[in-house]
Write a protein that binds this ligand. Structure first.
Ligand SMILES: NC(=O)c1ccc[n+]([C@@H]2O[C@H](COP(=O)([O-])OP(=O)(O)OC[C@H]3O[C@@H](n4cnc5c(N)ncnc54)[C@H](OP(=O)(O)O)[C@@H]3O)[C@@H](O)[C@H]2O)c1
Length: 337
């Protein structure tokens, strides 16, 4: 009996939040493998804010997903058939899986990592704290804007995947860490469970006063995930010569309006800001080893929110924008193959 592959293909470019109607759910038989190909059963799909950017027809670091194309996404799957000497049945494969049940992968395709059948770390964690998101936080704080012991680090979207790791790495590096998140529960999570020194609720009416109280010595390093009003408030608290690791600007991803350019503060405070993309780091062994070590030693808490069902991918992606998850948001599309 032939296997059926379900795919979510981009039908219309979403405006604002993503709707299920923006995608076609297509079912078709999995093709027979050719020499050098493997069939991967997708197990988990990584839900990333950048997925929303990929749906937009704007200049960006990768081509936008074309209308009719399977929605691009990172993920993790298991090889269930192989006509390659390089991949064996049972191997785990990480890379661009897309929003689909099965991926036909050529052994020479770039950007895929083969993992041992049992990597010793829960699979969702490999997409979060021990994977791409953890690596992003690691290089942001070790290479882009290194934070020194005793300095104050402010992290926005701090209860999310990248932010929660960035804040904990800041603590490991000896910084005073202040997290910004939406709501009292997430703020409590940051201080009580992740060991942040302070947390500030950007949804509270007194957000700016809270931020001022939490940063009595100013802000030396800002690990920025949000942009907009949140970022402006942090910049206003920065010390002269402060550094910004510009990781992301999630507050603008659903918007068609250009964020306002307000760079005066960079002059006044002689700030430096460096944007970065984790995909520029092709050799990530150092980061992955450090992250895995911290997780095993209990110094880095990895948390994931696991949603279910390929067909729910559009609605699940929206959870990145309403804040109804903690840690890494992943979508499970199959039980262990
Ligand atoms: N540079 C890179 O290579 C790279 C790689 C990965 C990710 N990133 C960036 O890192 C950032 C975080 O990504 P992630 O995957 O770790 O997602 P995440 O933090 O797990 O989820 C996004 C969080 O952002 C917050 N948020 C959403 N809309 C917001 C808004 N309008 N204002 C303030 N906060 C808002 C929400 O938290 P609250 O509940 O606190 O509102 C939400 O939980 C994103 O900007 C992403 O693009 C960059």
């Amino acid at each position: 009996m032939s296997l059926i592959n379900r795919q979510l293909r981009l039908k219309t470019r979403p405006e604002g939040l993503v709707r299920r109607e923006d995608f076609d759910l297509v079912e078709q038989p999995v093709p027979a493998l050719k020499d050098g190909e493997v069939l991967v059963r997708v197990l988990y799909i990584s839900m990333d804010p950048t997925n929303r950017v990929w749906m937009r027809d704007i200049p960006q670091y990768l081509p936008p997903v074309a209308i009719g194309e399977v929605m691009r996404a990172l993920g993790l799957g298991r090889v269930v058939q192989s006509r390659s000497a390089q991949y064996h049945e049972g191997d785990l494969v990480q890379g661009v899986t897309g929003w689909q049940d099965y991926l036909v992968l050529h052994e020479n395709a770039n950007g895929y990592v083969r993992l041992p059948a049992d990597p010793g770390i829960p699979l969702p964690t490999l997409l979060g704290a021990a994977g791409m998101n953890g690596v992003t936080a690691y290089y942001g704080l070790t290479e882009i804007a290194p934070v020194q012991p005793g300095e104050t680090l402010v992290v926005s979207a701090a209860a999310g995947s990248v932010g929660s790791v960035a804040g904990q790495i800041g603590k490991i590096m000896g910084a005073r860490v202040v997290g910004i998140a939406g709501g009292a529960d997430k703020c409590r999570y940051l201080t009580d469970e992740l060991g942040f020194d302070a947390a500030v609720d950007y949804k509270a009416a007194d957000f700016k006063q809270q931020l001022k109280a939490a940063t009595p010595d100013g802000v030396h390093v800002n690990f920025e995930n949000v942009g907009g009003e949140v970022m402006r408030a942090v910049l206003s608290r920065m010390v002269i010569g402060g550094r910004v690791a510009l990781c992301g600007l999630i507050s603008s991803y659903n918007s068609t309006e250009r964020p306002s350019d307000d760079f005066g503060v960079f002059v006044m405070k002689r700030l430096s800001m460096r944007g970065f993309l984790v995909l520029d780091y092709t050799k990530t062994r150092e980061a992955v080893q450090a992250l895995g070590g911290w997780i095993r030693e209990g110094k880095l808490k990895a948390e994931e929110t696991v949603a279910e069902g390929l067909e729910n991918a559009p609605e699940v992606l929206n959870r990145l924008f309403d804040g109804s998850h903690r840690g890494k948001l992943v979508l499970r599309v199959a039980a262990q193959a």
